[in-house]
Design a protein around this ligand. Structure first.
Ligand code: GLU
Length: 483
């Protein structure tokens, strides 16, 4: 047997944004190609003009690029199997359909719209009644001579069954009698999706067809077409559904009410493309070890079809957040600062700040970059706060002891010859020791006065260091006045 070079295709319809299901399909197609030294093709399926959305093709390009799912062939890159946009291939489908008519595997159907509508209302079969399937040659010729519009339908076998094997779902058998004589070519001469995808996949040399499990039920029809042409059937890889968690703990098909489901929306909400891809790779696929963190290059090595599961995968936003935080922690300080910069600017504008110090307090604690402005706002402006914030049981602070502690800390800090994290640290720790206080009893009021809030990234020392001497002392004075 000749081993064919693996060729996969991602075949989106430009109908709007790219949700995680589409993205996972694209990713797995890419990974199946790359893990086998194969070729990944992008084909735009734009024949359904009613569903076409302006700008949607750009969304596809941008998403694939940002996600690092790079196609080898496609409308923008060319290749030996073009054109890669379905509407530009429209003239190639009719001859194939006519070939099937000749060989008796398809037929022309002249039924009027009115007849079909009536049929749809009261059909026991729940579809087309095969009225034109056995027209005589004279009847056909007469209709053609009269110029009656027609569609071309696939002639499904009336008996027996069709079995196929899916790489994920295993062997599947359907009774042929359940298959409709589906339309291959519409009255306008253009193909239906069901016909075009078979012609395209074959003529583009696609070896592995990867798509959502909603296509499982159509696959026998596609295989009957491959058989009718005498073409080799590709390997099918149907992917499990993606579910979302409902508030009551149940799951249902992932939709917007579960949260953002579009790749661009997730990025906008602060998820890193690498983290999204890593998470989505594991949404229905399990590596041989239980490893979780994978770069795209590592996925290209590790991916294998047998690791894909047929049980529905549940999209878990908490898990995605965990991946995001892991990717943030793994960044160098420079990378972190570069990513955080737009969010710093949101808070501080062009005011010069010691951004390296921010990385020190934020990097370990940041799950999403979009959380940064809220975490830092108190540096730009001291929030209004009440003296009750000075009271903390664990730190043993109360409104009786805080005024003198804060006063003493203020005086000691004011007297510091140098202002940096070490000098501030030593100053406050020494004070606690000399006064026989818990460190927290000194740190708590200082931090509250400096930040005006109880939850802060970093402790008193880091905050004073970043604020600088003048601003720190100003804030401590303000706290003292309040008390
Ligand atoms: N254009 C189809 C879609 O976007 C592609 C399905 C397939 O992969 O064959 O759903």
């Amino acid at each position: 047997m000749v081993i064919k070079k693996v060729r996969t295709r991602y075949a989106p319809s430009p109908t709007g944004f790219m949700h995680v299901g589409n993205l996972r399909t694209a990713l797995y197609e890419y990974l199946i190609a790359k893990s086998n030294g194969g070729t990944f093709v992008l084909r735009i399926e734009d024949t359904d003009r009613e569903r076409y959305v302006e700008g949607a093709v750009d969304v596809i390009y941008n998403t694939l690029k940002t996600a690092g799912i790079i196609h080898d062939e496609g409308p923008d890159k060319g290749g030996d199997y073009g054109p890669y946009v379905q509407s530009e291939r429209k003239d190639m489908y009719l001859p194939y359909a006519e070939q099937l008519v000749e060989s008796g595997k398809a037929y022309r159907c002249f039924c009027s719209k009115e007849r079909l509508e009536k049929l749809a209302e009261n059909s026991e079969f729940g579809g087309y009644d095969r009225h034109c399937r056995d027209l005589s040659q004279e009847e056909i010729d007469a209709q053609l001579a009269a110029g009656t519009p027609y569609v071309i339908r696939q002639k499904m076998p009336l008996e027996g069954s069709t079995t196929f094997s899916d790489a994920v779902f295993g062997e599947i058998t359907v009774e042929n009698s359940e298959l409709q004589d589906q339309i291959l070519i519409k009255t306008d001469g253009y193909p239906t999706y069901n016909f075009a995808n078979v012609i395209d996949d074959h003529t583009m040399g696609i070896t592995h067809v990867v798509r959502g499990s909603e296509y499982l039920s159509s696959t026998p029809k596609y295989n009957l077409l491959y058989d009718a042409f005498g073409w080799e059937i590709p390997t099918y890889v149907h992917l499990p559904l993606i579910m979302g968690k409902n508030e009551d703990g149940s799951v249902s098909k992932l939709s917007k009410r579960h949260g953002a489901t579009g790749f661009e929306d997730l990025v906008e909400q602060g998820y890193l493309p690498e983290a999204i891809i890593n998470y989505i790779a594991l949404l229905g696929w399990c590596p041989k070890d239980n490893r979780e963190i994978f770069s795209m290059k590592e996925l290209e090595q590790a991916f294998f079809i047998e690791g894909i599961s047929k049980s529905p995968a549940v999209f878990d936003y908490d898990k995605l957040l965990w991946f995001n935080a892991e990717y943030i922690k793994a960044m160098s300080e420079e990378e972190f600062t570069a990513h955080a910069m737009p969010y710093y600017k949101e808070v501080f504008g062009d005011k010069p700040m010691d951004y390296a110090k921010f990385a020190g307090i934020l990097q370990k604690r940041t799950e999403k970059f979009t959380d940064i402005p809220d975490k830092l706002r108190f540096f730009a402006e001291l929030p209004e706060y009440g003296t009750e914030l000075f009271v903390n049981k664990k730190s043993k602070t109360n409104l009786d002891n805080v005024p003198s502690i804060l006063r003493e800390a203020y005086e000691r800090l004011k007297a510091l010859p140098e202002w940096n994290a070490d000098s501030i640290h030593d100053c406050l720790i020494n004070m606690a020791q000399e006064k026989e206080l818990k460190n927290g009893t000194v740190m708590w009021p200082v931090r509250i006065a400096a930040a005006g809030q109880t939850v802060t990234p970093g402790g008193a020392i880091e905050i004073l260091d970043i604020l600088g001497r003048d601003e720190s002392l100003r804030r401590l004075e303000k706290g003292l006045k309040k008390l």
